[in-house]
Write a protein that binds this ligand. Structure first.
Ligand code: ISJ
Length: 300
């Protein structure tokens, strides 16, 4: 794994350049952060890469980024190399609206049936597999597919989708394709009573060791951005509705009632419960992984 071995050198180079390399999920779910970073001017202090979650996850693990959102499955696999930023995440404590299982047949009929999984997700696809095997008692034939709904549904009666593609599928395309929509965060909540965390924000451990104050600054910038977004939510949703496919009320519902951007004790309990249920040698991480949180008071 050359990329991982080179990571400290890459991190040192980035810090020399003065701006940390930060990964940002290019979905509507992370618009709150982007809005705030742009409004406060913090955006100019970051070397920001906007990309889909699976690519950002790989880039953080490879040391091509210093701080990034990372899909929880990838975080758990590389928890030893990463430090989690507290109080911020992408999750839900009930229906999330954008991490969905779509199916043309009842879920208990999915045994042995092809099920298309979006290539953009590492966590939601694992959550779907967990719920289907443990809660519903079926084992479909999972295959990866780019997040294009016609292609996914041409090859299978069911699909797992996330992000904007999932919002589009449930809000705009369900009638055309004739599937039922199952919200995976809602199913998790009913099953466990806990919130679900899909992505955390993490910094590479050696980057924190060398640039703790900078990481704390970026973290504070994220929290301030989210707060500013919430103050200005009506304006943001009206502006975003001009170019997004969804109206302002739908966006506001997504940000205020569906997504949960916190990472506190309850969310960490949800994350640990997920690790307990899916961890083991096949997953590539233990059922009880150590979660290192950034010390926001002193050096990280
Ligand atoms: C809520 C969401 O959370 C996401 C789900 C992810 C995954 O399944 O791997 C990764 C990052 C997040 O974007 C979403 O994409 O809609």
């Amino acid at each position: 794994m050359t990329a991982v071995t080179d990571a400290p050198a890459l991190a040192a180079r980035a810090a020399d350049a003065g701006r940390p390399r930060v990964g940002h999920i290019d979905f509507l779910n992370c618009l709150p952060l982007y809005w705030g970073l742009a409004r406060t001017g913090s955006l100019l202090d970051l070397d920001l890469r906007r990309d889909s979650p699976e690519r950002l996850s790989d880039a953080l693990v490879a040391g091509e980024l210093d701080i990034s959102a990372i899909s929880v499955m990838e975080y758990l696999r590389h928890a030893e190399d990463l430090v989690v930023l507290p109080d911020i995440a992408v999750g839900a404590d009930g229906p999330v609206m954008s991490c969905l299982l779509l199916s043309k047949v009842p879920l208990d009929q999915l045994d042995g049936v092809p099920l298309a999984c979006t290539t953009t997700s590492r966590t939601t696809v694992r959550l779907a597999e967990l719920l289907l095997s443990e809660k519903i008692g079926v084992r479909p034939e999972y295959f990866s597919c780019p997040p294009d709904l016609p292609t996914m549904m041409a090859g299978a009666p069911a699909a797992v989708v996330i992000g904007d593609a999932a919002l589009r599928a449930s809000l705009l395309q369900a009638d055309t394709f004739g599937f039922q929509v199952y919200d995976l965060a809602e199913m998790w909540r009913e099953w466990t009573g806990l919130p679900f965390v899909f992505a955390v924000f993490a910094a590479r451990r050696e980057f924190v060791a060398e640039h703790a104050a900078l990481v704390r600054e970026v973290h504070a910038g994220f929290l301030a951005s989210r707060a500013l977004f919430l103050d200005e939510i009506d304006v943001v949703c009206h502006k975003a509705a001009r170019w997004a496919e969804f109206d302002a009320d739908t966006l506001k519902r997504y940000y205020l009632s569906a997504l949960d951007f916190d990472l506190g004790d309850r969310q960490l309990a949800g994350l640990r419960e997920f690790a307990r249920r899916v961890g083991g040698s096949a997953a590539g991480f233990p059922a009880d992984p150590g979660i290192h949180l950034l010390d926001t008071e002193r050096a990280g």
